[in-house]
Ligand binder design. Structure first.
Ligand code: G3P
Ligand code: CA
Length: 225
């Protein structure tokens, strides 16, 4: 079962920072999950919200700032907002990277970056999974490069997610863990998809979800898995 660190090891370090991704590696996570938006000059920025308000000392939409401007803001007074390239270079093939597409226009940029690392830096498709709640962006990803593994995120309807996963030949369903039971996990797996629920942090929930034999769990505390 894959132990995947949510926004890095968010339970221990500020989310979506190089520090949190390094912590995930230190905890021997099998993978990290992160969120991406675009800067105004087209760089892939690793940040959860569409604004910088909650996590940095600045205010405003991520896509209203250039990369150079975004790098002037600090998270917890210390850390810069990383680019996806910086996270790839830190991870350096040591674990799986689950890239969640949040911002508009991220699909083609992320596909291009994955292709660059595979072509030039000896990475392979097994190092990546691209997920999103915005299924049109997953369709776009799959159209651009059908070799990239896709995780269909859902917080409401497993059946709809399954139908879409079949349509685009996804690799995984990534559901809110509260949607799962032993039967639907089996049903998803029998159709050939991995089950990668989020965000499972409490010990009792971890034990219950593990008892369904899921393929991986996304957690703020990957060491608890
Ligand atoms: O990828 C799973 C999970 O991260 C989705 O929710 O809000 O944490 O991005 P959120
Ligand atoms: Ca996410």
């Amino acid at each position: 079962m894959l132990k995947i660190a949510h926004r890095g090891a968010k339970g221990y370090e500020p989310e979506n920072t190089l520090k949190s991704f390094q912590k995930a590696l230190d905890l021997s996570a099998d993978g990290i999950e992160l969120d991406v938006h675009l800067s105004s000059d087209g760089h892939i920025i690793v940040i959860h919200d569409e604004t910088i308000d909650r996590t940095t000392n600045g205010k405003g939409l991520v896509n209203s700032f250039s990369l150079a401007e975004l790098q002037t803001f600090l998270i917890d007074g210390e850390y810069q907002i990383p680019t996806l390239n910086e996270v790839f270079d830190l991870v350096n093939k040591k674990c799986l990277i689950n890239i969640e597409l949040k911002g508009l226009g991220t699909a083609d940029k992320v596909v291009a970056l994955i292709e660059e690392y595979i072509a030039d830096k000896n990475w392979n498709y097994g190092h990546f999974i691209v997920s999103s709640f915005e299924w049109n962006m997953l369709q776009e990803t799959s159209n651009l490069n059908s070799n990239i593994a896709i995780g269909v995120l859902t917080e409401e309807d497993i059946d709809k997610a399954l139908a879409f996963a079949e349509l685009i030949q996804a690799e995984a369903i990534n559901p809110d863990y509260q949607l799962l039971n032993a039967e639907n996990v089996k049903q998803i797996q029998e159709k050939g998809f991995l089950v990668l629920p989020w965000t499972v942090d409490k010990e009792e929930d971890i034990q219950r979800i593990k008892s369904y034999n899921v393929d991986g769990i996304i957690s703020d505390f990957p060491d608890r898995l």
